[in-house]
Design a protein around this ligand. Sequence first.
Ligand SMILES: C[S@@+](CC[C@H](N)C(=O)[O-])C[C@H]1O[C@@H](n2cnc3c(N)ncnc32)[C@H](O)[C@@H]1O
Length: 228
Amino acid sequence: MKYIKNEVKIKELFNKIAINYDNNNNIISFGLHNFIKKNAIKRLKIRQNTLILDICTGTGDIINYILNNNQPRKVIGVDFSSEMLKLARKRFKNKKYVKFINSNANNLPFCNNTFDYITISFGFRNIKHKIKTLKEINRILKLNGKLMHLDFGKSNKFMNIIFEFIVNFILKIFYKKSSPYKYLLKSRKDFYSPDELIKLFKNKGFSLEKRVDYLFGIISLQIYKKSS
Ligand SMILES: C[S@@+](CC[C@H](N)C(=O)[O-])C[C@H]1O[C@@H](n2cnc3c(N)ncnc32)[C@H](O)[C@@H]1O
């Protein structure tokens, strides 16, 4: 994972793009990320009155979908970008049972076996200390609790070319020469494939319950159960 040299730089990047993050996601994905996130949460089948943690929450997009059709007891979002969290807090200011905490994902301020569900969407790819983070997730998730992981997958060459063409085209229009989103393309290329992720997660005590590939594999959802 050569591209993640410095956590401070990653944090700076997300602080910088926070204000346009949601709009840019809509533009780059033609709004499709909304459908995919909604569908992913539906597949998690969240029970009522449960405790849910969204890691790398950003502006709280995933929490938005969690609240759409479910009645959890409490939802907590964590992120290390203060600018992202500012927007997330504003978005959910009327929901007393939604809280946000500024924390690195690799050192989470929660007791062992706390959460019924943990979600991480387009976040794990950006985390520098992935193994440490997985150990943390395993520590704070209840036994048999569910982990939802959503991110770029590995599509075929043709879909890759189309995806990169569209993203580059849009970025040129919006950002001219230099774009913080160039990082997105690099990080996507260098990220684990879904098959590699499933092996890695299995090694850390999570068994795969469900895998769904969206857009011919450009995006991949995996739902795991904490088995040990
Ligand atoms: C691409 S955004 C994803 C936001 C949201 N989950 C979504 O699906 O739209 C990635 C987020 O991960 C956060 N992040 C990256 N590394 C992190 C770390 N080590 N600890 C906490 N947050 C981190 C960034 O600040 C950023 O807000």
